[in-house]
Design a protein around this ligand. Structure first.
Ligand SMILES: Cc1cc2nc3c(=O)[nH]c(=O)nc-3n(C[C@H](O)[C@H](O)[C@H](O)COP(=O)(O)O)c2cc1C
Length: 259
């Protein structure tokens, strides 16, 4: 696939993947592409854990599902990230950032304006929204053919030093290489971040993956072959708007343009 096409078609895959293992060749291509990324002094500060066993994927799926349900029940997630949520095409066309929750069961739609508040939280809990989201999360994580632990070697990451920032930049570059390569191979990717939002759940993930003290588990990704005919989740979002060129750049010196 042409690079430009991979950049413009790469996106988060929110829904299930085809129930087909990733080929060894494709896994190798993805990891080796990550390792071609730039890093400070070519330090290659990353290490990867490939999880393909059904038992372990199920265990991780359970943690992801529980974390999602817990976060939604407590209402913390929406509160913490409320500024990124959009509920209509008009809203996201205006801000050109954030995520557009475009798939919601009809019986929930009237309650969306109350989502960010005590009333909305009680209604959503009463209607079982956290449970629906938790079940969806568990299903898509546990059935993903590959779960990938992405670790940063802490010897390259000393908080408060320049090398810490350099490592993070390197990790971002490695992720993008993986994601673009996956896209070119017909493979989708999604962050599994809900367990990261709950320290006890993240500890469980680290234990399951045997993450050593020398490393920071930066993220877990789910990967698999995509197929446009696969069903979307019960509640789902898209995120394809981006800010305009004119809104992004200043010439010669910074000048704020947004009102
Ligand atoms: C650091 C980071 C954390 C993210 N966490 C999540 C996540 O928890 N769940 C998820 O579905 N997507 C997650 N994403 C994906 C973004 O939501 C997504 O990239 C963005 O909305 C743009 O959508 P796109 O990837 O489809 O272009 C994360 C992305 C980054 C870079």
């Amino acid at each position: 696939m042409e690079l430009k096409k991979a950049i413009w078609t790469r996106k988060t895959t929110n829904h299930a993947f085809l129930p087909k293992p990733l080929s060894e060749q494709h896994i190798r291509e993805i990891i080796e592409a990550a390792n071609r990324a730039p890093s400070h002094f070519n330090s290659q500060p990353w290490d990867f854990i490939l999880v393909q066993s059904e038992t372990k994927r199920k265990e991780l799926g359970k943690i992801a599902g529980e974390s999602m349900r817990e976060l939604m029940e407590r209402g913390e997630f929406f509160e913490r990230y409320r500024k990124y949520f959009r509920f209509s095409k008009e809203e996201i066309s205006k801000t050109r950032s954030g995520i557009h929750v475009d798939k919601i069961p009809f019986f929930l739609k009237p309650f969306v304006p109350f989502l960010f508040g005590e009333f909305g939280k009680s209604v959503f809990n009463f209607l079982g929204v956290p449970k629906i989201l938790g079940q969806d999360a568990e299903k898509i994580v546990s059935t993903s053919p590959l779960l990938l632990g992405f670790m940063l070697n802490k010897t390259e990451y000393k908080v408060g030093t320049k090398s810490a920032i350099y490592s993070l930049i390197s990790m971002g570059a490695a992720l993008q290489n993986m994601w673009l390569t996956a896209t070119s191979l017909g493979i989708g990717l999604q962050f599994v971040s809900t367990p990261m939002e709950i320290p006890e759940q993240w500890e469980k993930v680290k234990k399951l993956l045997n993450v050593p003290n020398t490393h920071e588990l930066m993220a877990v990704y789910r990967l698999g072959y995509v197929d446009p005919s696969l069903e979307r989740n019960t509640i789902d979002w898209v995120s394809d708007e981006r800010r305009n060129f004119e809104d992004l750049v200043s010439y010669e010196e910074y000048s704020p343009k947004r009102v």
